[in-house]
Design a binder for this molecule. Structure first.
Ligand SMILES: [Fe+2]
Ligand SMILES: [Fe+2]
Length: 285
């Protein structure tokens, strides 16, 4: 099976390049358009190179899944009568995630590796929420994807961008981080718009569902950053400079972001988020 991010030499290639030209953001626009800058492997400890290839390869696979998530949100947004701007933005975000996947692949290659072949290129459907009507179900899916997962992604990538020095890796993280800001804002704007339309019962049901959402989020995020400490301060710094995070720092940032950004944001739209976070334990069993 080929990598999901290979390009054809056919007639759609020019259209693809055109789409990328308007998806690129910020200072790194020209650098990204010019193409990857290889990492000088002589300058990098082999343990750091291996970690970089593994981490950026895993990210590539996650970005592939994220593209499918936003693409699948479109029919849900249509079915619940979401404003058109939310629908077009969802399509932009699906394109952003495909772009991110290709950028992650380019980082693996910059470290002299081959992009991994995912175990499957099949993607997962979005949850159905049988106890909810289309509006409430879409509300929960947008809340999970954007207000939880993407808000965490903003915190992580903002931190990583600050510490990354290699110009290509820094440009890639800068692009991803800027896009994730939009992806999170999308969710916060949607829940603010829709929450007043939900009945008290729907808000209560969603607050109860939040326990499961928080438990799932915590489990998935922690799996990505196992509880290990870098072997030395020198290696920790070197890893950070090429976009390999310090797991302890990232774990702490996860809990800080949930407590200081996500929980208060959801409380502000009338959800019992504090209580759901406190009671998330055992929600998955
Ligand atoms: Fe992404
Ligand atoms: Fe995203």
């Amino acid at each position: 099976m080929r990598s999901p991010f290979h390009l054809s030499g056919g007639p759609m290639r020019a259209e693809h390049d055109h789409v990328l030209s308007f998806l690129r953001r910020g200072d790194a626009r020209e650098l990204l358009a010019a193409g990857p800058i290889p990492v000088d492997l002589e300058d990098v400890d082999p343990r750091v190179s291996r970690a970089a290839r593994r981490i950026w390869g895993t990210r590539m696979i996650h970005e592939h899944q994220s593209a499918a998530v936003f693409a699948r949100l479109l029919p849900q947004l249509m079915a619940c009568g979401a404003p058109l701007d939310f629908q077009t933005t969802a399509m932009r975000m699906a394109a952003d995630e495909l772009h991110h996947g290709a950028l992650c692949k380019s980082v693996v290659e910059a470290f002299g590796g081959d992009a991994p072949t995912p175990p499957t290129v099949a993607t997962r459907p979005l949850p159905e929420h049988e106890d909810a009507d289309p509006l409430e179900g879409t509300f929960r899916n947008v809340l999970f994807v954007s207000c939880l997962a993407e808000t965490i992604a903003v915190a992580f990538t903002t931190e990583e961008r600050e510490q990354t020095e290699h110009p290509w890796v820094r440009a890639v993280i800068g692009q991803i981080s800027a896009d994730e800001v939009l992806h999170a804002r999308f969710g916060w704007a949607f829940v603010k718009e829709v929450a007043p339309e939900l009945s008290t019962e729907a808000r209560d049901r969603t607050s109860r569902w939040l326990r499961l959402a928080f438990a799932y989020l915590e489990r998935e995020e922690m799996l990505e950053v196992p509880d290990v400490t870098p072997p030395s301060e020198g290696l920790r710094r070197e890893a950070l400079s090429v976009g390999v995070c310090d797991n302890q720092q990232t774990r702490a940032l996860f809990y800080e972001t949930v407590r200081e950004v996500i929980v208060p944001g959801l409380e502000a739209v009338g959800l019992a988020a504090e209580r759901a976070w406190q009671r998330r334990r055992n929600a998955l069993s």
